[in-house]
Structure formats: C-alpha cells, structure tokens
Design a protein around this ligand. Structure first.
Ligand SMILES: Nc1nc2c(ncn2[C@@H]2O[C@H](COP(=O)(O)OP(=O)(O)OP(=O)(O)O)[C@@H](O)[C@H]2O)c(=O)[nH]1
Ligand SMILES: [Mg+2]
Length: 498
C-alpha cells in the first residue's frame, strides 16, 4: 500500500463505489498556500517562512492558477480583531481541495491580547464547519515593529503537518469530497430547477393573463356595442320627433295663410316636405350608425334600403258636402237679404222726397250690395273651412310621417345591431383561435418543463445513493464519518430514507 500513489489509492477507493464518478480535476502543486483577509500580514509571513523553511515553497493566492491546489493552507488573520464569517468563507474557498490547514494569528508583537483572539478564532472556525475542529492555531509576528520575528510556532506547525505521511491521501480525499458535494448540488439544482420554476411560473401567469384578457375584451366589446346602439336609438328617435314637429308647425303656418290661389299646391307641397324629412332622417340614421361602427371599431356594410318609405295618406277631402253648402248659401243669402233690407229702409225715406227714379236706382243698388255681401260671406266661410280642413290633413300627414320615420329608425338600428354583432362575433372567434393557439403553445412548453423536471429528479434519485455512499466512505477515511451532503441534498436523502 505504501509503495502506491496515495492519490491513486483514494481514487480506486471511490470509483469502487461509484465507477461512473469523475475524479476531481485538480492538479496538486507542492506548495504551501498562505492566504488571509486584506492586510492580514500574508506577504510578510510568506517572506519569513521562505527564509526559515527553504525546503518548502510558500505562495500567495495569485501564484496559483485556477485548477491548482496546494499541499497545505496557512490562513493568516490579524490579532487586531476576531475572525468574522466572511473570513471563514475565504478559508472555505482556499481549502476546497486541500485538507491540511493551519490557522495563524499575526502581528502578536503589538496585540497583547492575541491569545484571546486566537482561542476565539479557533472556536468560531470550529463552529463554522466540523472539519475545522482539528485545525492547529498559532501566533506569529513575521514583521514586528520592534525586535525579532516570532515564527517558531508556525514553523513547527508547518513542519509537523507536512511531515505526516498521510498528507497526500488526506488532500486527495478532501478533493473528492468537494467534487462529490458539487456533483450532488448540481443534481439537486437540476431537479429543483430554480430557473425552470421561474419560467414555469411566468408561463402560468402568461397563460391566465391571456385567457383573462380575452374574456375581458369580449365582454367589454359587447357592453360597448350595446351602449352605442342604445344611445344611437335614443338620439335618432329624438331627431326624428324633432323634425316631425318642426314640419308640423311649418305646415300649420302655411295652412293659415292659404288663399284660394295657393290652396291647390298645398297637397303637393306637404308631400314634398314629408319626403324631404324622410330623406333627412334616413341620412341622419346612416351617419349616426357609421359613427357607432367607428366607435366599436368595426367596418360595417349595412344592406342598402331598397326605397325610402312613403307617407300613405289620402288626399285632402276638399269637396264640400252638399248639406253644408246649402246651409252656407241659406245663411249667406239671409245675411245679404238683411243687409239689403236695412240699407233700402235707411235710404227709402230720404230718396223718395228727391225723385222716384233715384228711389228705383237705390233699390237696385241695395239688391246688388245684398248679393255682394252674400257672395262674400259664402266665399270667406268656405275659405276658412278649407284652411281648417287642410290644417287637419297636414296634421294627419305629419303623424303618419312620425310613425314612418320612427319605424325607419328602429329597423335601421336593428339591422345595424345585427350586422355589428355578427361582425364582432367573428372577430371574437378569430381572437379566440389566436389565444387558444397561444395557450396551447404555453401548455406544450409547460409539459416540456414538467418532463425535464421529472427527468432531472429521476437522475438525482438514481445517482444520489451512490454519491452519498461515496461521501460516507470519504468521510470515514478522513475520520469524519457522516460528511453531510450539501444542505438541500441532505433533506432530500432524509425524505428518501423515510
Ligand atoms: N506590527 C506588525 N506589523 C506587521 C506584521 N506583519 C505585517 N505587518 C504590517 O501589516 C501590514 C500588512 O502587511 P503585509 O504583509 O503586506 O500584509 P498582506 O496581507 O500581504 O497585505 P495585502 O497584500 O495588502 O493584503 C504592513 O504594514 C506590515 O508592516 C507584524 O508581525 N507585526
Ligand atoms: Mg500582500
């Protein structure tokens, strides 16, 4: 056993447990690494030790390349202050592949209480990790302000540690330990998939956001459409009603001023005005509905109206009924007769004295005036009657116009609503298809992640027992049975044991 390379022996020991385990990729250099926090006195100690122990090589961290590991590590801290947690982490990195470590408290020439600091450091380090319990601690003054350097203890400690025939074996075991712990950590990280978990969470979030947005967009659109349509309906009815009542008053004014001459044109004029209102309302409806389509963001092509609705009202019944005419004639004649008699009475007395001829002429004139009055009364009465009649007729026309335009508004708004709803539904469907594509892409990625997680967990579960066995063996060799797995791995294997 003693003839063989101790490192190769250790490798054989571990690979017997895990044949597929890669050996640690470190190259061992025959140097003693001296390291420590800033201004601890490293450079001074390296120089002093090189002088005192010329058979060994001492190096500062910068002199080792990555992947190189020293034979032993001297960890220097100033006696000015006690060891801190960050100092311990520095040491952890320095002794990753090296078992032999010596703790040094420096500048003991100026810090009288260095022994207290030293024992406090020893306790702090032992508490940091079990492997440090056996680290020897010494005090030095490599470059004292006054007097000779104090180096005997460190020289003895270094010589004693390096004289141990087990040094190479212990260092190799330590290198294996770090290697195995790193591998275990890597398996654990892969199985836990911290990055993957974040991605999965992001995907889940994206998925529910996409679905939520789709639902929201859909309901927002239908609410907007309903609102716009209702508003258009109200505004257009109001517009139609307004137009009808203004035409009604316009026609009323016209009817009141009708003369016999203008009367025959009134019917055509009224119909023309009504048609104009229908056209106006129809245009208003088209514009308003285009605005609605713009507001809901849909291009709408309403089916065109075949023809504008017409106002279906019979012509005004201007022909007077017979009884009425007779009554008018009688009343007019009576009134004319009365006027003629009264006039002839008034004049008879005066004129009889002048000349009988004049009297006859006056009687004729009275008859003529009576006839004229009769004619005037009959005529006026019939004009007023016709005006009233036409006025009533115009009222009928406008109320018919009102119901026609109301119906026009209602039908057009309904048609627009159905076109817009169909349009929005088809847009919804397109969006729905797009979202479900997106969701299924997300689902596919989620599945892939789940598979990758399961694979990584399977690899971990398969490899972890071998790693643990190898770590146990290494620990036993180093005299530290039960080297713990890295924290999270330890929990896993505890669960596995259960
Ligand atoms: N009193 C006293 N001072 C020391 C001793 N050793 C080092 N010093 C002083 O401590 C300071 C740092 O010493 P270095 O040996 O350069 O320490 P270092 O750890 O190499 O420093 P950095 O490389 O700058 O981190 C210097 O001013 C030294 O003079 C010692 O034993 N006693
Ligand atoms: Mg230095």
């Amino acid at each position: 056993m003693s003839d063989e390379d101790p490192a190769a022996e250790v490798d054989a020991l571990v690979t017997a447990i895990g044949p597929r385990l890669d050996s640690p990729a470190v190259s061992r250099r025959d140097v003693v690494l001296v390291t420590g926090p800033w201004m601890a006195g490293v450079t001074g100690l390296v120089a002093a030790l090189a002088e005192r122990l010329p058979q060994h090589t001492f190096a500062e961290p910068a002199e080792l390349s990555p992947g190189e590991a020293p034979m032993a590590v001297i960890f220097v801290v100033s006696a000015a202050a006690e060891l801190t947690e960050s100092d311990c982490v520095l040491l952890d990195a320095a002794v990753e592949h090296t078992d032999v470590a010596i703790g040094v408290v420096s500048k003991i020439d100026v810090h009288r209480n260095w022994r207290d600091v030293l024992s406090a450091n020893r306790d702090t380090l032992a508490a940091h990790a079990p492997r440090y319990a056996k680290v020897p601690w010494v005090g030095v003054a490599a470059a004292p302000d006054l007097g000779e350097p104090i180096l005997d203890d460190v020289v003895d400690a270094v010589s004693a540690q390096l004289a141990d025939p087990q040094v190479a074996r212990r260092n190799r075991l330590r290198a294996w330990e770090s290697r195995l712990q790193n591998v275990a950590q890597r398996f654990e990280r892969d199985a836990e998939g911290a990055g993957r978990q974040a991605r999965v969470d992001a995907l889940r979030e994206e998925r529910s956001e996409a679905l939520r947005q789709r639902r929201q967009a859909k309901s927002e659109r239908s609410v907007a459409l309903r609102g716009q349509i209702q508003q258009a309906q109200v505004q257009l009815s109001h517009f139609a009603r307004n137009r009808c009542s203004s035409v009604r008053s316009e026609l009323q004014a016209d009817a009141a001023q009708l003369s016999r001459r203008t009367m025959p044109g009134f019917e055509a004029h009224t119909r023309e005005r009504a048609t104009a209102v229908v056209t106006e309302v129809s245009d208003g409806v088209a514009t308003q509905l285009d605005d609605v389509a713009d507001a809901v963001g849909v291009a709408m092509a309403l089916p065109p109206l075949e023809a504008l609705p017409t106002i279906d009202v019979a012509p005004p019944p201007l022909k007077a009924r017979r009884q009425e005419s007779w009554l008018m004639l009688l009343l007019g004649a009576g009134f004319g007769l009365g006027v003629a008699l009264t006039l002839s009475r008034l004049m008879a007395g005066v004129l009889a004295r002048l000349s009988p001829l004049l009297e006859i002429a006056a009687a004729v004139a009275c008859v003529a005036i009576g006839l004229g009055v009769t004619f005037l009364v009959v005529n006026l009465r019939s004009l007023l009657r016709d005006r009233a009649l036409l006025d009533r007729w115009a009222g009928d026309v406008t109320s018919s116009l009102h119901s026609t335009v109301e119906e026009l508004v209602a039908t057009r708004v309904l048609a627009a609503e159905s076109v817009l709803t169909t349009e929005l539904n088809s847009r919804d469907e397109a969006e729905g298809a797009q979202v479900s594509d997106q969701v299924s892409a997300i689902d596919a990625e989620l599945r892939a992640h789940a598979i990758a997680s399961a694979r990584a967990a399977a690899v971990r579960d398969r490899e972890m027992p071998t790693l643990q066995a190898a770590l146990d063996a290494v620990g036993a060799e180093l005299g530290e049975p039960g080297i713990p797995l890295p924290e999270n791995c330890a929990e896993e294997s505890a669960e596995a044991d259960e």
